[in-house]
Design a protein around this ligand. Sequence first.
Ligand code: SME
Length: 166
Amino acid sequence: NPRRMAENITIPEQATKAQIYESLLPQIKSLTQGETNLIANLANISAALKQSLHFFWVGFYRVQEQELVLGPFQGPVACTRIGFGKGVCGTAWKDKRTMLVPDVHQFPGHIACSSESQSEIVVPIIKEDTVAMILDIDSTQVDDFDETDQQYLTLLAEYIASDLLT
Ligand code: SME
């Protein structure tokens, strides 16, 4: 079956975070580009990110009927719906920009789905100038995300928008 892609990923050991992302992004593309089902692809992308970079929580919220609704994710149970402009996720949606939050306790209006979460990055996935969904990643360590995460997750968000959203 030509649509059947390699359904595993391999990540170099002893690698820097940038090297892990460099290895991971092409593997995410080959894992997803032959599959047309969006939920299947988002599920595997969240698993690939969690497995490779050992994040606490990785997942997608999709814009549906004026709310962010929880989509495929990896990690503990999370909030199901988030309003426009609410929390870190709703702010990324409203402002159409990436939110890098080094300490969630310093972010006014932060929505605590888990008390273990300490820092967070939220990247909007924008199709035709409209936010279609957001990618949210949480860490149990303060200040765990930086420009390297932002750079590679933005590339991933652009790939999802251009190739996986129809
Ligand atoms: N902390 C997020 C809510 C989503 S969860 O962390 C999975 C926020 O403030 O938007």
